[in-house]
Design a protein around this ligand. Sequence first.
Ligand code: ADP
Length: 366
Amino acid sequence: MVGAGQLARMTLESAIALDIRLEVLADSQGDSAVRAGAPHRLGSPDDLDALRGLAEANDVLTLDHEHVPTAMLELLASEGHAVRPGARAVLLASDKVHARREMEAAGFPVPIWAEAASADDVEAMAERTGWPVVLKARGGGYDGKGVHMIESRSQAEAIMAGGEGWLVEERVAIDIEVAVLVARRPSGDVAVYPVIETRQVDGICHELVMPADVPEAIAQRAREIAVALVTEADVAGIAAVEMFLTEAGELLIGEIAVRPHNSGHATIEGSVTSQFENHLRGVLDWPLGSVEPTAPSVAMVNLLGVADCSTASRLPLGLAVPGASVHLYGKEERPGRKIGHVTAMGKTRAEALETARRAASEMTGR
Ligand code: ADP
């Protein structure tokens, strides 16, 4: 697995259960998965020799993030290595302009968008859809970094001066945000999890509930869109398709991730088979596991670092909350950084959310 963050760490837990040797390509010894004992080598995800070395030593090459040059993935595949997901899927997840263009051409519902080379293009979008508009860096973003709500031409100019490669789109009137996780084998078999509601603040996922509280017809449509996209992109392993449910009741695709995803963390306790195990099964072309939920409602709250860095030391307070499952990633705490999460199950969404929130707030002191 290229990358050794918390996604690799939680994938390692599933790998251990199945006696799969999961070797990670880490930036440093301090990476989350390395601290958990993953076999590892040090190297950069954009260093071809490092990637090739990892691919040669293992049966399958997979990813914990998409910041890997797709040309290198293509080259490794052409050399006979099993690269899963493949370059085409990774490009869809890492280049927002490419993603919007491909999805629109294939008939998938996306916001009104355009490539933006200058503030003129931003202004043109605002003339079409009204201010504010959303300006996004084409690549490299995560957790809302690189996503800007733009109110004026001068604001666009200021932000665009600090980088290149942008797209601009309408500011969608979002009712709720949802994600659909799909596990897929190279042979085409898929397993689709129940629709998950995600709550973002400033582009960062704060909490989620599975299943989302949406009409069955919407849930069905969201699942259909996700399966169609994942199939079109020829994904192997797990993918998360993030969508906006608009106030008008329309579903629009936000983005796709082709790796385990924050929106799926509740599947560890809340599904018969977690997203991490199904990612491994998918990339190894093994039978996918059941995605049935284990409770009527499952909630997850992210543990975001606080200024006095005391969250991990308050672990016993979180553990004292009955029904709360706490996960810590072994990451240095910084304000706002994802350092763990809490999952809880309930007969109702209110019950599940209440338990998870209580444990999280005991730990963060908020
Ligand atoms: P990232 O790659 O950083 O996760 P996203 O494209 O997923 O960026 O955007 C992050 C968040 O910004 C979304 O979850 C959503 O809350 C908000 N957002 C993104 N695009 C739009 C849009 N067109 N209209 C309204 N909100 C948006």
